[in-house]
Design a protein around this ligand. Structure first.
Ligand code: NAD
Length: 503
């Protein structure tokens, strides 16, 4: 293991980069070769408290909430422009820390920019309403920002998920303490430099890196937050909900998933196989809406398994920074061991490995946490691999006979995030879409994302939504103002007895 410590970040608090109070740093490893590629200041409770104080002061006293709305909008646009200009460099920062190929990470920067641009448009469009009651009073609402928003984000889409949260919070006039994942903190931390360059006033975006159970927990526990958002695992969501619940902090959670890819027998098979490979193996399968279960009609089952295996056998594994690479390693040794453990147990439970299932051959791949794209057949619904989030390059192919059975298999999991339905029958597509318990449904597609769509899930996949016109209101609350306009005064105590107007 070599030590290349040329990348190093401190904590961004009140517009300044400063070390953690303890002076400690934690290391970030490149999952492709085990090299230590960066040192990050390691925040503890007192650093997080300082960051929240800075965000609170920027909210109460800074120029952010009082500047013209159009000025806020310009800053968000400038952030988008800088992200787009630096997309290759930012993509590289992600690829060397989470192992995703640069073709994916750099392309995703255009999505990051699109979130800032979409929400920039809301800065001067957040408005209240007048409320008709009776002629004695004039009533109106104004929408006020919630204050300091705490944001806990994951490593699989480091910059994109940070911007799904940062952009609307800024547009609404909130201030932020962002705690990126310790596994891939580089690009979301660089967002701090980008925001400062774009003219974001100091203290509006504070970034504290550190470990989930220390820095993350301290942020979740801070009573000064107006809102706390988490994208992460379901178990983390449950832990965070308990901590934040003691302060009644409003929460929004994007958690785990186990998306089905339902393939009916009337499809163009090549199209469905391509779609399933895309659904299952982008990001080495490490996405919340990964197509981890292909639910395939019995009449095309064998052919589907064989075509899918053939398709994924051609996926090019390699150095994530090489533009030709199509699949990188999984994020960590811990993830690597867990995923291989799932495959081993499924195999002992009777599943058949149609393709993959182990570390790939090749000198280039030997030091990285690589796992071959894996296709499992003969999986039964009650196996852990069919129920739990594996978060790796593994797809279980499960047969069904009837539409009802397909829906029942699809819904028979603790999660309810994504689902894709592959069919050429329009009525069936919409009928099944209505019956699936998931927040996001694609028909003959998968993974599509746009800032204008509401993103989120049911059941153990979390609550609340990200993106869309409606979501901006999740960062503000209505404040109701009631003005007495009738000329006569009101004296409740002048005429005692029932029958008068009370409220
Ligand atoms: P994770 O839950 O381990 O970590 C997410 C964030 O929470 C990190 O910043 C982490 O440091 C912090 N954290 C961890 N433990 C904490 C604690 N006890 N208290 C406070 N903060 C804590 O998740 P991950 O491994 O980074 O990401 C993978 C998970 O995220 C998967 O389950 C995936 O499905 C989910 N995810 C969901 C979506 C979605 O949109 N629903 C998107 C991406 C990822």
């Amino acid at each position: 293991m070599t030590h290349n410590q040329s990348i190093s970040y401190d904590l961004l608090i009140n517009g300044e980069w400063r070390p953690a109070k303890t002076g400690k740093y934690f290391s970030v490893e490149n999952p492709f070769n085990g090299e230590i590629i960066a040192q990050m200041a390691d925040a503890d409770e007192s650093d997080v408290a300082e960051a929240v104080k800075s965000a609170e002061s920027a909210f109460n006293n800074g120029p952010w909430t009082s500047m013209p709305n159009s000025e806020r909008s310009k800053i968000l646009w400038r952030i988008a422009d800088i992200v787009e200009d630096r997309s290759m460099e930012l993509g590289r920062l992600e690829s060397i820390s989470n192992g995703r190929p640069i073709s994916e990470t750099s392309s995703q920067m255009s999505v990051v920019a699109s979130y800032f641009r979409y929400f920039a448009g809301f800065c001067d469009k957040i408005q209240g309403s007048t409320v008709p009651t009776d002629s004695s009073h004039f009533n109106y609402t104004i929408r006020v920002p919630l204050g300091v928003v705490g944001q806990l984000t994951p490593w699989n889409h480091p910059m994109m998920i940070a911007s799904k949260k940062v952009a609307p919070a800024l547009a609404a006039g909130c201030t932020i303490v962002l705690k990126p994942s310790e596994w891939a903190p580089l690009s979301p931390t660089e967002l701090g430099n980008i925001a400062l360059e774009a003219g974001l006033p100091k203290g509006v975006l504070n970034i504290v890196n550190g470990l989930g159970p220390i820095a993350g927990k301290s942020l979740a526990a801070d009573p000064r937050l107006g809102k706390l958002e988490l994208t992460g695992g379901t178990e983390t969501g449950k832990a965070v909900a308990q901590i934040a619940g003691t302060n009644l902090t409003p929460l929004q959670f994007e958690l785990g998933g186990k998306a089905p890819v339902i393939v009916f027998d009337d499809v163009n098979l090549d199209d469905a196989v391509n779609g399933c490979a895309f659904a299952s193996f982008i990001a080495s399968g490490q996405t919340c809406i990964q197509g981890s279960r292909a639910v395939v009609h019995t009449s095309i089952y064998d052919k589907f398994v064989s075509l899918l295996s053939e398709k994924v056998s051609a996926i090019k594994l390699g150095d994530p920074t090489n533009p030709e690479t199509q699949m990188g390693p999984v994020v960590s040794k811990q993830a690597y061991d867990r995923i291989l453990g799932f495959i081993e147990n499924a195999s002992s439970d009777g599943a058949k490995i149609a393709h993959g299932g182990k570390h790939p051959q090749g000198t280039l791949l030997k030091d990285g946490y690589f796992i071959e794209p894996t296709v499992l057949s003969g999986v039964r619904q009650n196996m852990p691999i069919a129920q739990e989030e594996v978060f790796g390059p593994v797809v279980c192919v499960i047969p069904f006979d009837t539409e009802e059975e397909a829906v029942s298999i699809a819904n028979d999991i603790p999660y309810g995030l994504g689902c894709s339905i592959w069919t050429s029958n329009v009525s069936r597509a919409h009928r099944v879409a209505q019956k699936i318990v998931a927040g996001i449904i694609w028909i003959n597609d998968h993974h599509r994302l746009h800032p204008a769509i509401p993103w989120g899930g049911f059941k153990d996949s979390g609550y609340g939504r990200e993106g869309s016109y409606d979501f901006i209101h999740e960062y503000t609350a209505p404040k109701y103002v009631c003005v007495r306009v009738e000329p006569e005064g009101f004296d409740w105590y002048a005429n005692p007895g029932p029958g008068q107007r009370l409220n």
